[in-house]
Unconditional design. Structure first.
Length: 745
């Protein structure tokens, strides 16, 4: 029950503020409860009663239970302290519960000698370690000192360093402050500092350090030759000063290092002493476990020296020790032969903000090949300086490369930038990897089993700018690549840019040069420089081929593709099947010179929330999305924006077994038709699309055009044809199982 407030208990009228209700008479029970509450609060705030003797406290029982008090001047120091009342008002007793609430105990010298002091204090704390003690000596000490106060027995006094007091540490009339430790008092403040003791301790520490250094025999070795000649019975630690290989080496004896010395021919970590067999010990670099710096093994990184032997030696030792991180500091590392990683858990990583370069200037070298699980390449620039005419790659994921990660890489050149071969699986390319191809088959070539994940990367083709026109292949690194991506395995990419090339020239380059095998689109001029969309006649931003069970492109930009932004085939022949399930989600394609998405083979295909526009036009008929005769499964084209300059927006020409849903798309500005259906194509639904005209992109020639042929079983309804020259142009001659009502315009 809540205690009533004083205002309520002592109010003037029975009904507060209403005089007519009569005077209010306080209830004694309410008064008692409020009074007890106040007493309890006062008691909780600390002792409020003080007595000069314990007898006076014991004689005063007129207090409620749990009242606090203290005794401060009793002749017996042990009686001084804090007390609590037990029992009812007028009865019970007082019990000592704590020392006096003062932080410092004042000690008064009453006798003894300068080295055996006797003193008194107003209290004898029950918890002496919680107090500080102030003592004013009456004589100078001449050696070790003890203190006996209030009959507690002789307790040693030590200096601030915990050592026995030297003569003169206590001076007459100079107060010292002490704290109680276990078994002794320790000075906190003293008028006299024991300089001689401090000096002696310092000298002793110096001598100990000199002795330790002498016993460890740390010396400097100019190079590995000097290190090998050291007397290991005397020297156990050495600092190697050889340029690039600097570090501390420790002599490890009693361990057989034969295998590790043999695995480290470049002497980056394990070095054999001249006079001792490796089976008895070796010099071992002091390092973070699992770290292998290529400079320790003699790599120069000077953009000139062939560092391949040193780099492969570093990787080999890392593999011998079952994996680790191979570090590349800033520099350019030339490799005349490709590096091979064939043991799991090996990581190659560049150090620092600027990416380190590994490159080759020898034609047709596979720069880095990974054939093991859970390996990583990170923060490196990988490229070739010469033309590659055969199927070599900058990075190859070979059979056995499983769950590997490539991140923050810049890959340039090669017949392929990245090649994933049969037997590789579940590998990931992520975090702003850039692949720029100058010649060859594909920027990213995926073939075989498993899935390749590509996340937030830039994949494009690189044609150097400058001069009045793009350089001819003879002056460049060869003809353009056929495809930026070629996939004949499961492939997933998120948030990537998948481009072909923009090549540059000066403003007077008004016509594109005629180069065999290269196509050019219309020029793009920014006022000072004219740019061309240029590429190999069969160039595709992403080409998906046979046997893929799942392919996904999400949030990808395929702007600038030569012929097709995306194409799907079944080219691998007998024993192979068309891709099963393909999804393009929220992707962008523009500036193609034929079809945006060309689907020649598929079992299931879906494009949703994609944007296709602005073809530059070198083909007789440009189609944004062309579903060709080799498609024999479900097709869904949903919520896409197709605009500006296409001849045909969506062309359904699939074969037997196919069926299609085209819904909630906006298609404008198509000169022939927004949606065309080939003759004989059946089982399609074209529902709820905007297929008329747009103020920005213009009108369609036809909203929906169904060509002459035996088409049947279809629905065309709820479409907006307003503004199109012709809304629905239905020429089907098949069984009239169709519904074409409910359209607008």
């Amino acid at each position: 029950m809540a205690v009533k407030s004083a205002a309520e208990i002592y109010r003037d009228f029975e009904t507060d503020g209403v005089q007519a209700s009569g005077p209010h008479r306080p209830v004694k029970r309410d008064i008692r409860e409020l009074t007890l509450l106040i007493q309890g609060l006062l008691a909780a705030s600390g002792p409020s009663l003080g007595y000069s003797a314990l007898a006076l406290l014991n004689a005063d029982l007129a207090h409620v239970a749990n009242t606090l008090a203290f005794v401060y001047g009793d002749a017996s120091p042990a009686n001084n302290g804090s007390y609590i009342k037990s029992g009812a008002f007028g009865a019970g007793s007082w019990t000592r519960i704590a020392d006096l609430p003062t932080p410092i105990v004042n000690l008064t010298v009453t006798g003894g000698t300068p080295n055996a002091i006797v003193a008194s204090a107003p209290e004898t704390p029950q918890q002496p370690g919680l107090k500080l003690y102030l003592l004013t000596p009456t004589a100078n000490n001449t050696g070790a000192v003890t203190l006996n106060y209030n009959g507690t027995g002789d307790i040693p006094i030590k200096n601030a360093f915990g050592a026995t007091l030297a003569a003169g540490s206590l001076m007459v009339g100079s107060p010292v402050l002490m704290m109680r430790q276990s078994g002794y008092f320790q000075l906190l403040i003293s008028a006299n500092v024991d300089a001689s003791t401090i000096l002696a301790d310092t000298v002793a520490a110096r001598d100990a350090a000199i002795a330790a250094a002498a016993s460890s025999s740390i010396i400097s070795a100019l190079d590995r030759t000097a290190l090998k000649t050291l007397d290991t019975t005397v020297t156990k630690t050495a600092h190697l000063r050889e340029a690039g290989r600097e570090g501390v080496f420790i002599w490890r004896s009693g361990i057989d290092y034969s295998a590790l010395v043999a695995a480290d021919p470049e002497e980056g970590i394990y070095i054999k002493a001249n006079a001792i067999a490796a089976s008895a010990g070796a010099w071992v670099r002091n390092r973070t476990p699992g770290i292998y710096d290529v400079k320790w093994f003699g790599a120069k990184g000077d953009n000139s020296t062939n560092d391949y032997p040193k780099l492969q030696a570093t990787v080999n030792l890392c593999q011998t020790e079952l994996g680790g991180t191979v570090l590349f500091s800033q520099g350019g590392y030339r490799c005349d032969t490709g590096l091979v990683i064939n043991t799991a858990l090996v990581r190659l990583e560049g150090v620092g903000d600027k990416r380190c370069s590994i490159y080759t200037d020898v034609a047709n070298v596979n720069l880095i090949t990974i054939a093991a699980a859970r390996c990583t390449l990170k923060n490196l620039s990988l490229f070739e300086k010469v033309q590659c005419n055969v199927a070599s790659a900058i990075v190859t994921l070979d059979a056995g490369a499983v769950q590997c990660i490539l991140e923050e890489l810049d890959i340039v050149g090669g017949y392929y930038c990245l090649r994933a071969l049969a037997g590789s699986a579940d590998n990931e390319v992520r975090n702003s990897c850039s692949m720029r191809l100058a010649t060859g088959g594909a920027g990213l070539y995926a073939l075989g089993t498993g899935t390749l994940f590509v996340d937030r990367c830039l994949l494009n083709q690189d044609w150097p700018s400058g001069g009045s026109n793009p350089p001819a292949p003879a002056n460049d690194r060869g003809a353009r690549a056929n495809n930026t991506i070629y996939a004949a395995k499961d492939f997933i990419t998120l948030g990537s840019f998948i481009l072909q090339t923009l090549s540059g020239g000066t403003s007077h380059a008004t016509t594109a040069p005629s180069l065999t095998g290269v196509w050019y689109g219309a020029p793009i001029t920014d006022g000072t420089v004219t740019w061309y969309i240029a590429g190999h006649a069969s160039g595709v931003a992403a080409l998906v081929d046979s046997d893929c069970s799942y392919v996904s492109f999400e949030d990808c930009d395929m702007t600038g593709a030569y012929v097709n932004a995306f194409r799907q085939e079944n080219n691998l022949g007998v024993g192979h099947v068309a891709p099963d399930r393909t999804e393009l989600i929220n992707c962008t394609a523009a500036a193609t010179i034929a079809n945006g998405y060309l689907i020649n083979a598929a079992r299931r295909f879906k494009a949703s929330e994609c944007e296709l526009q602005v073809p530059v036009g070198n083909s007789a008929t440009n189609t944004a999305i062309f579903i060709n005769t080799g498609v024999a499964g479900d097709v869904k084209i949903l919520d896409c924006d197709i605009a500006s300059g296409w001849d045909i927006g969506i062309w359904l020409a699939y074969g037997a077994g196919g069926r299609a849903t085209v819904s909630q798309n906006d298609i404008f500005g198509c000169s022939v038709a927004a949606v065309r259906v080939s003759g004989g194509v059946s089982k399609f639904r074209i529902v709820d699309n905007g297929l008329g005209a747009s103020a920005t992109y213009g009108a369609n020639g036809k909203g929906v055009e169904i060509l002459t042929g035996a088409s049947n079983n279809y629905v065309v309804t709820a479409n907006d044809f307003v503004g199109a020259t012709i809304g629905l142009n239905d020429n089907a001659t098949g069984t009239p199982t169709r519904y074409t009502a409910g359209n607008i315009g």
